[in-house]
Design a protein around this ligand. Structure first.
Ligand code: ADP
Ligand code: MG
Length: 347
């Protein structure tokens, strides 16, 4: 399902950007690979294209080895393996800063985002793809373990500690955005200034297309993979989309998806079908798309009104697509075919 959507998105990207898949030495370098449980595509234009694309891929693969909790040797797995023990675990600076960021954003958002959601993800079988519906008793036993504010981080010592046995960190909501931000830096450092990164629904546009126009990225209709809500023009920005349609299972006609409300342990049901965040900060875009999907439309717009640094496209269950005013020119709404109506939210 995930791969299908990624391929579909690529097709739309190619259609919308009006360019065919570039090859080395032609219009740029195109590098496609599988990492962080998704298909990733890195396209870099210009003379530095080839080394820049390779360096970006290496950086993403390095971060996967650090951040994945399904790779037993990763640093996240080390942290999780020592949960509840007295001694803190020594971690690389990258992981310390990502943990610190996620804990602080969680506090800002009343725990809609919680990277210690791992035990609940496991109970639903999302980690292994052997899906099941946990009992309320199971969830009641696991929910006290979900509290990232208790994660102890010592940036000076470079250590972190999960205070209770059974706690575990899952960076699924933020790892791709973190990797996108780092890949972006690596590409710029290699001297390239025109590139597009597609890290599984996290699309990072570096500079502009070789034609001088902004990159164009389609936002998918969460209810119909053949349609889209509209097209975004992006320059030096990431757009990240989260929605229940991305990864889910169905039982007795009920859909259970992979974004969990930490306050209930159940898939979030906040009135939104998808949230797209546009920001110059790739990590913020990824983290917020997950968090605001859980938080729901009112809290999402409240947060947007309070904070700067990002814009939103909210697709509501009521069929209303809402874009925040900063996207008024950059987003071309095309959701009429899917039966959506369109509104602009103002500050
Ligand atoms: P995807 O990674 O599928 O593109 P997201 O960025 O929205 O989509 O991240 C979803 C992932 O985040 C889940 O698969 C899970 O690993 C993790 N997750 C689910 N619910 C939460 C939550 N409330 N807070 C933090 N992480 C979550
Ligand atoms: Mg996310």
């Amino acid at each position: 399902m995930k791969r299908f959507f990624s391929l579909f998105l690529l097709l739309l990207l190619l259609l919308c950007s009006g360019c065919s898949a570039p090859t080395v030495g032609d219009t740029g370098t195109f590098n496609e690979f599988f990492a962080m449980d998704t298909i990733m595509r890195v396209t870099v234009h210009g003379d530095a294209g080839e080394p820049a694309a390779s360096a970006a891929r290496e950086e993403i693969e390095r971060l996967e080895k650090l951040l994945s909790r399904t790779l037993p040797d990763s640093q996240v797995s080390q942290l999780n393996a020592h949960a509840g023990e007295e001694d803190a675990v020594a971690l690389e600076g990258d992981l310390i800063s990502l943990l610190t960021f996620a804990r602080s954003l969680s506090a800002d958002l009343d725990d809609a985002l919680d990277i210690t959601i791992a035990p609940v993800m496991d109970a639903w079988g999302f980690t292994t793809d052997h899906h099941q519906i946990p009992t309320q008793a199971q969830l009641d036993a696991l929910l006290p373990l979900v509290d990232c504010q208790t994660l102890e981080i010592d940036p000076q010592a470079g250590t972190a500690r999960l205070p209770n046995a059974g706690m575990a960190v899952d960076l699924g909501a933020v790892a791709k955005g973190f990797a996108a931000g780092r890949a972006e830096s690596v590409i710029r450092a290699a001297g390239a200034d025109s590139a597009l990164l597609d890290l599984g629904r996290n699309i990072t546009a570096i500079g502009v297309k070789p034609t001088g126009e902004p990159w164009r990225v389609a936002v998918q209709d969460p209810q119909d993979s053949n349609l889209y809500l509209g097209v975004l023009a992006l320059t030096d920005q990431t757009c990240s989309t989260s929605g229940g349609y991305e990864r889910y299972f169905e039982e007795d006609g009920v859909v259970y998806h992979h974004i969990i409300d930490p306050s209930t342990g159940y898939p979030a049901h906040s009135g939104l079908l998808s949230v797209t965040v546009v920001s110059p900060d790739a990590l913020l875009a990824d983290a917020l798309s997950t968090a605001l999907f859980v938080a729901g439309p009112e809290r999402a717009l409240d947060y947007w009104r309070r904070e700067g640094g990002f814009e939103l496209i909210l697709c509501g269950e009521d069929g209303v697509v809402t874009a925040t005013e900063g996207l008024e020119d950059a987003f071309a709404f095309q959701g009429e075919d899917g039966g959506y109506t369109y509104e602009i939210a103002r500050r």
